[in-house]
Design a protein around this ligand. Structure first.
Ligand code: NAD
Length: 484
């Protein structure tokens, strides 16, 4: 199978924060792979803009090292690497002062797509937006890309939206949630809305419950003090897990167009119901040999911030009333894995008798590792000796199904950046979506703060606190194993 790569229009992409961690680990290696794939037209330019005192030659060297260290490879020889480096330029810019802005403005070329990636802390968004206008770089067709976190509560998200709205129209603003750029996540929409098989069953009549797990094995490490101001709810659940929830639960949009898709996602968020205290479990990982406890990593012995959260959510609409959605995410867990599991109800009556056991169809959508989908179906255990039932997976691993082409599947950042250049906002969060997500999350956080809830300690390498297991056991259900 040969994948088609359609080059995007010639562009100038300015990366504010172009020397930072995110730029070096994700953005630039991603761009390199798109270059190798032939998706960047001749003349496209990537302009790093940051505070570091570098010139273009030193920046190119920094990027070359970053691509080698963090890239996923790519069919690329030395000549291609040089070709990519030639697209790079660097300007030293201070977002809070005048330094560098005129030089950057002088570099801008007309008649091409112009995009500005704000890969800096949100405290600088307003400064960048203002100066882009002041120096005449922001015309009505340019685009800006902003990173998470988009606020830490409803008020701060509104403030950020307002700051950006002073200078840019909503159609110019691309709020990244890299989970939406994952191949499987987009495939989820195709599986749902491109097949007749699933959609008729996609409701509370046939679906018992849905589980979404995003598990990490790492702790908060060097980001401890930053993380301690957010926690799992703000850092992961409010954005990534809620986006997955929206895609799995939304009604079919009339067409695959940015506003049609985002309107449907917004309706899901707005239909999320109240969560009772016993429907949430928060945890903090404990010390494990050489690895410090959360409290040590956060450098805050009295921290009540959670490194794990599990909750049971309800969507109050016709499709989903009565089908709970169990969401969990945490650090220092058993395995690094992200998956969505749609657990269908039991067959209404078993003609095989009680001994055959209870069997269920489960559709599992794996986001990482090994992106793919798996549908568990019940079959007869082969051989004589009566009718014994067995669950086997109908497996659709992308790596197996697509063979060598799977290596060419762009990672989330690559795809999303190319979408920015194409001007396609479908996989980006709209301002009202982000605000609605905070509107749901804020009272949950406020409630546990008011109650003075303490997170429950859990062991490194576990599935989180036992109370999280109980959250489902109480309902006669259980979480799927966290495993690769
Ligand atoms: P970083 O601290 O590694 O880099 C910050 C960059 O901003 C540097 O290039 C620095 O020169 C530049 N900068 C800082 N102050 C500036 C100023 N006054 N004027 C001009 N440039 C200035 O940060 P990072 O980890 O790359 O994160 C950047 C943004 O992306 C943050 O908002 C972060 O929350 C978000 N983010 C990061 C990651 C990640 O994996 N690192 C993941 C998701 C989101």
């Amino acid at each position: 199978m040969v994948s088609r790569v359609i080059p995007v229009e010639t562009f100038d992409l300015v990366i504010f924060g172009g020397t930072g961690d995110l730029a070096r680990r994700k953005i630039l290696p991603g761009l390199f792979r798109r270059f190798c794939a032939g998706q960047m037209e001749d003349g496209a330019r990537i302009i790093g803009a940051a505070r570091s005192d570098l010139d273009t030659a030193a920046y190119r060297e920094m990027v070359r090292e970053a691509v080698i260290e963090f890239g996923r490879g790519g069919t690329c020889d030395i000549g291609t690497m040089q070709g990519f480096l030639d697209t790079l330029h660097y300007v030293r810019v201070d977002a809070r002062g005048e330094q560098g802005w005129q030089s950057l403005a002088d570099m801008m070329l007309p008649d091409r797509v112009r995009a500005f990636y704000f890969s800096v802390g949100p405290g600088l968004f307003g400064d960048l937006a203002k100066r882009l206008h002041q120096y005449g770089m922001a015309d009505a067709s340019c685009r800006i890309v902003v990173e998470k976190p988009f606020g830490r509560d409803l008020q701060s998200a509104r403030d950020l939206n307002a700051v950006l709205a002073q200078h840019f129209d909503e159609t110019q603003i691309y709020r990244i949630d890299h989970y939406l750029g994952k191949e499987t996540v987009q495939n989820l929409m195709v599986v749902r809305f491109g097949n007749m098989l699933f959609e008729p069953l996609w409701n509370s009549q046939y679906v018992d419950h849905i589980q979404i797990t995003v598990a990490e094995t790492v702790g908060v490490g060097g980001r401890g003090e930053y993380y301690d101001r957010s926690g799992a709810m703000r850092d992961m659940l409010q954005n990534h897990l809620m986006q997955l929830l929206c895609l799995i639960a939304m009604e079919p949009p009339a067409k695959f167009d940015p506003d049609a898709v985002r309107d449907e996602k917004l309706k899901v968020i707005r239909a999320l119901g109240h969560i009772a205290p016993e429907e949430i479990v928060r945890g903090q990982y404990m010390k494990d040999g050489e690895n410090g406890s959360y409290l040590e990593d956060a450098n805050n012995p009295r921290s009540t911030t959670e490194s794990f959260v599990a909750l049971k959510a309800h969507i109050s609409n016709w499709r989903w009333a009565g089908t709970p959605f169990y969401l969990r995410t945490g650090k220092r867990l058993k395995a690094r894995t992200s998956e969505i599991a749609v657990v269908f109800k039991d067959a209404p009556h078993s003609i095989f008798g009680a001994k055959a056991g209870r069997h269920r169809n489960i559709l599992t959508i794996r986001l990482q590792p090994n992106e793919g989908m798996e549908l568990g179906v019940t079959i007869k255990e082969p051989g004589p000796g009566g009718m014994r039932l067995l669950d086997v997976p109908l497996d659709m691993s992308f790596a197996e199904a697509l063979g060598e082409d799977s290596a060419e599947i762009p990672d989330a950042y690559e795809r999303l950046i190319m979408d920015v250049i194409r001007g396609n906002q479908t996989l980006f969060m709209r301002g009202d979506e982000v605000e609605a997500a905070w509107k749901w999350t804020d009272p949950i956080i406020a409630a546990w703060e008011d109650r003075g809830d303490q997170p429950i300690p859990y062991e490194t390498g576990s599935s989180g606190p036992d109370d999280a297991l109980m959250l489902m056991h109480r309902d006669g259900r259980r979480w799927r194993e966290i495993m690769i």
